[in-house]
Design a protein around this ligand. Structure first.
Ligand SMILES: NC(=O)c1ccc[n+]([C@@H]2O[C@H](COP(=O)([O-])OP(=O)(O)OC[C@H]3O[C@@H](n4cnc5c(N)ncnc54)[C@H](O)[C@@H]3O)[C@@H](O)[C@H]2O)c1
Length: 274
């Protein structure tokens, strides 16, 4: 498989270093799209991170460079602006994309653009479960209708620094769990775009952005990034609580997200997809 990554931050770096152990020797090429000012260091990093993966390792800065590497699969790990700038064209060219920045799909115009591009290109937009689990059951139950989904995102107070939570809470001195947001997944994604991925994943898999209820909580006792959700449907009821370890390179990103992307890549290569 020829693999391309958009963005070379925390997720891409961990992904490359973990790939060898999971699919060793099965990559024919790897390319990474970086910002123009990052090219000087990116090639040396890629040569180091992907040394055991393949000898064909390229860095590019634009869509033309990305597509000239002839990827079979593109994994976006960069953010909303990169989704807008590159992903529609990649899909329109017929190449499947694993989209990690799922929160970007709360922008309904961008969501429609991506679906239209995928249809025109005959490509698939693949949305990994990311930091949560149980997405398979949620997506399966959706078509039966009457789905109720409520999600609680719980993080230590400092993890909410720089968000509107700081307008209503003193995050430095908070000594109890405090709910600072209650609303729809659409409202959560718009007010907390850097923490929108899980709410957006649940909304897209299940009841949609308007019907998925969200509570966001700062809790000094939280052992990490915690995601809790409850699903009620005429066919099944279940609840999940996931305590995630933050990535060393970006405390907002759970390491489990990287492993979820690795699973998508493994499932494209191996004889069994699970
Ligand atoms: N689906 C999930 O559950 C989930 C969980 C965690 C993070 N994410 C998302 O994954 C994405 C990456 O996370 P991360 O921890 O690697 O972040 P990061 O900030 O460590 O890395 C992102 C990298 O992308 C680069 N980048 C941004 N825009 C670019 C562009 N236009 N062109 C080229 N490079 C660009 C940045 O310079 C940076 O190096 C974020 O959007 C994050 O919200 C999703």
């Amino acid at each position: 498989m020829r693999l391309a990554l958009i963005g070379y931050g925390n997720i891409s770096t961990t992904l490359l270093t973990q790939l060898g152990g999971q699919i060793g020797g099965q990559l024919d090429a790897v390319s990474v799209l970086v910002r123009p000012d990052a090219t000087a260091t990116a090639q040396a990093r890629l040569d180091r991170d992907a040394v055991d993966l393949t000898t064909e390792r390229t860095v590019c800065t634009d869509l033309k460079g990305l597509m000239s590497a002839r990827p079979d699969l593109v994994v976006e790990c960069a953010g909303h602006t990169a989704v807008q700038a590159f992903v529609p064209d990649v899909l329109r060219a017929g190449t499947d994309v694993v989209l990690v920045s799922i929160g970007a799909l709360a922008d309904s115009a961008l969501h429609d653009r991506l679906l239209d591009a995928a249809r025109k290109g005959g490509a698939r937009l693949i949305l990994p479960a990311g930091a949560v689990g149980g997405i398979d059951l949620l997506a399966a139950l959706g078509p039966a209708g009457d789905l109720k989904v409520s999600y609680r995102g719980i993080k230590p107070p400092t993890a909410w620094a720089g968000t509107p939570a700081a307008d209503t809470l003193n995050l430095e001195t908070l000594d109890h769990a405090a709910v600072f947001f209650t609303g729809t997944a659409r409202q959560a994604a718009s007010a907390f775009p850097r923490n929108a991925n899980v709410a957006a994943t649940l909304a897209l898999a299940g009841a949609g952005f308007e019907a998925t209820r969200v509570e966001l909580i700062a809790d000094p006792q939280a052992p990490g990034n915690i995601h809790e959700y409850k699903v009620s449907s005429p066919l099944a009821r279940y609840s999940m609580r996931i305590e995630n370890l933050p990535s060393p390179g970006n405390s907002r990103t759970s390491v489990a997200t990287v492993y979820s992307v690795l699973r998508e890549i493994r499932n494209r290569i191996g004889p069994v997809a699970i």
